[in-house]
Every structure is written in structure tokens, then in C-alpha cells.
Design a binder for this molecule. Structure first.
Ligand code: KG4
Ligand code: ZN
Length: 358
């Protein structure tokens, strides 16, 4: 069984082929990702129209490359899966329409995949874990903690009431003059910074709810940066380190409490905590999560960096899982710019934004 996956929901044009080897283990045959970072860098954020056009011009050759690297013919693929949402509508349309066209041309099944499900199931692709488990999904557009109870069965324990964590990294970088994307820039600068120079706020800490909030922290960083301007390299490093430390604290607090809540609900099953999404590439955050999990005797898993950020291998994998469960999507399924994994969770204003408005 081999599935071609296509991902175009934000600023990566990606195609991949994923299947199972003879023993039934997941196997990534190819995983091609073309980042548009350079196209958007001058704007300090992802510009939806530029993203859609870039997907349109690149996708054909990215799909061809994924098929070539897998050493296969397109006709040998068993199904085509594409991200149908959530994300930027123009890019989603490019990927979904392309996938439908390939599926129709080959007479193969087509599967419309939730991008977040791709992130949520990544640890089953990489480590073959079973259900249930907890996942922290942290990217430029999302900051959520979910209970993954089964395929398509998600319970949201936390989300952000304002900015996503990746977005806060991007905005902090912009504020102190570091290049986009902000996450890696801030993490690098923080390495030489003093994380105790400021004790920035940890919004919502100590409250019963598990949700994230980043706007107060972001404002606090801006106020200090404005007081100091012009910033020296050491000021920038210290601001980044203090900001990152506040984020780490917030994440560690929520992760610990989510584990406690999960245990109350599911008892002693699973005991796995997964981190996914672009922000999960951050080593300081990974280390804090590792410590939280160790304390509570949970296994901590963070997918390898190339599967943490946006890619099509995880979309192909979600497609494979759904195909094996006997599912097929209709050819008239629309794109869904907003598509929560847990549809029963109440919408929170400001949550689910993707891309940074410029
Ligand atoms: O999952 P992703 O590649 O794309 C989506 O947003 O879906 O995540 C990108 C986000 C950006 O906001 C980027 O700044 C952040 O992840 N990011 C990081 C790091 N690497 C990427 N944030 C913190 N530390 C990092 N090392
Ligand atoms: Zn993503």
C-alpha cells in the first residue's frame, strides 16, 4: 500500500510517498519539501496570495520529484491524499484540486486530510505508538494540547486565546530585528542570552484552564525593547532568552497539568506525550517537556525535525491510516480554511489563524 501525499496549506509546497514495508512497518519512500521562506521573508510573515501562486508554480514538479525519488511510477500509487484544511484557502485549493485531478486521472481513491491530523498522527508513523496519547501541537498557526483517542477521535484540552506560540516567536524576532522565520532566529540568539534578565509574564499560569495566551508576553517584550532601543547584540540575546524561558515555563506548566488531567480520564493507559509542529523543533522547549514527562513517568516523543514542520509525509500517512480504515473522500469535498480536530470544542476568538497578516 502506497499513498501519495500533498501539502500546500501554508508556505511549504510538499509531496511525499509513504507506505508499509513487508513487515507492516511504516516506510517513507520520499519526502520532498520546498519552502517558500525566501518569498515571504521581506514581509515578516506569510502573504497568502504569494503563497498560493508559489504553490501553483511549484507543485507539479514537486509531485514529479516525490515519485522519482521513490523510484516509482505514478500508476503504482494506491491512493492520493491532500491537505483540505485548515490553512490558507488559495494554497489549499491548489493542493486539493491537484490531488483530485491525479486521483481521477489514475482512477485511484482520494482522501481529504486535516493538516492537524497529519501532525497528530506523526508519532504513529515514526514510532508506531498506539492510542491513546497526548499531543502538544505548536506551530505558526496553532497551539493546542489534544488527547488522541483513536483515528479521528480527538479531544482538545487546550488552545490559544490569542496568538499561536510560533507566531509569538515570529513577532518577537521581528521586534528585535532578527530574520523570519522567527523561531530558529530567537532560539539561536537565546543561546548567548541571559534568560533571567527579565521575568516576563506567564499569562494564565495558575488558572484552572489549560489554554495558552501570548499577547501579554509579546507586549512585555515590546515595552522592554522600546525602552532599550537601539538594541545591542547582548540586549537582543537577553530579550530572546527571557522570552523563550517564559514560553518554556508556560508550556511545561500546561503539559504537566494536561498529563494529570489525561491520567484522571484514561487511567494508566498510553503514558505517551508527543510534541509536534514547527515550534517542537526548539531544543529548549523539548528539554523542558522531556523533564516534565520524566517526572511523571511518561514517554516523551518528538518527531525528527523534518517531520515536525510542515511536510507531506505526515499527510500521506494520515491518508494511509484512513485508507486502511476503509475510508474514501468524495471528489466534491471542499477546502476547509478552519477545521478543528475536535469539532465539539468551543471556538475561541483569535484561535486558528494562520499566516501573519502584513
Ligand atoms: O509547523 P510549521 O512549520 O508551520 C505551520 O505554522 O504550520 O511551524 C512554523 C512555525 C513558525 O512560527 C516558526 O517560527 C516556528 O514554527 N519555529 C520555531 C522553531 N522552528 C520553527 N519556533 C521556536 N523554535 C524553533 N526552533
Ligand atoms: Zn503545520
Amino acid at each position: 500500500m502506497r499513498v501519495l501525499g500533498i501539502e500546500t496549506s501554508c508556505d511549504e509546497t510538499a509531496a511525499a510517498i509513504v507506505g508499509r514495508d513487508d513487515s507492516g512497518r511504516a516506510k517513507i519512500h520520499s519526502n520532498v519539501v520546498l519552502s517558500q521562506i525566501a518569498d515571504h521573508a521581506g514581509y515578516g510573515g506569510v502573504v497568502p496570495e504569494i503563497a498560493a501562486r508559489a504553490h501553483l508554480s511549484a507543485l507539479d514538479s514537486i509531485v514529479r520529484e516525490a515519485v522519482r525519488r521513490a523510484g516509482q511510477e505514478l500508476g503504482e500509487i494506491d491512493a492520493i491524499a491532500a491537505t483540505a484544511g485548515p490553512g490558507l484557502v488559495g494554497g489549499l485549493l491548489v493542493g486539493l484540486t491537484t490531488a483530485k485531478a491525479i486521483a481521477a486521472g489514475l482512477g485511484k481513491p482520494f482522501l481529504a486530510i486535516n493538516h492537524l491530523e497529519g501532525h497528530a498522527l506523526t508519532a504513529r508513523l515514526t514510532d508506531g505508538i498506539g492510542f491513546p496519547y497526548l499531543i502538544l501541537l505548536v506551530s505558526g498557526g496553532h497551539s493546542q494540547i489534544l488527547e488522541v483517542k483513536g483515528l479521528g477521535e480527538y479531544r482538545r484540552l487546550a488552545t490559544t486565546i490569542d496568538d499561536a506560540i510560533g507566531e509569538a516567536f515570529d513577532k518577537t524576532a521581528k521586534l528585535v530585528g532578527l530574520p523570519f522565520p522567527g523561531g530558529p532566529s530567537v532560539e539561536r540568539a537565546a543561546l548567548t542570552g541571559n534568560d533571567g534578565r527579565w521575568h516576563f509574564p506567564r499569562p494564565l499560569k495558575g488558572q484552572d484552564r489549560l489554554d495558552f495566551s501570548l499577547s501579554g508576553l509579546k507586549t512585555a517584550v515590546r515595552i522592554e525593547a522600546e525602552k532599550l532601543a537601539p538594541l545591542s547584540d547582548q540586549d537582543i540575546a537577553d530579550l530572546c532568552a527571557s522570552f523563550q524561558e517564559a514560553v518554556c515555563d508556560m508550556i511545561a506548566d500546561r503539559a504537566g497539568r494536561a498529563i494529570a488531567m489525561h491520567e484522571r480520564i484514561t487511567g494508566n493507559t498510553g503514558r505517551v506525550f508527543v510534541a509536534a509542529g514547527g515550534v517542537a523543533a526548539n531544543v529548549a522547549i523539548r528539554e523542558r517537556l522531556e523533564a516534565v514527562c520524566q517526572e511523571r513517568d511518561y514517554r516523551f516523543l518528538a518527531p525528527p525535525l523534518d517531520l515536525c514542520g510542515d511536510n507531506a509525509a505526515v499527510i500521506a500517512w494520515a491518508g494511509l491510516e484512513r485508507l486502511e480504515a476503509g475510508e474514501r473522500s468524495a471528489m466534491d469535498v471542499p477546502v476547509r480554511p478552519r477545521w478543528p480536530l475536535d469539532e465539539s470544542a468551543p471556538a475561541i476568538v483569535g484561535h486558528g489563524k494562520r499566516g501573519v497578516k502584513v
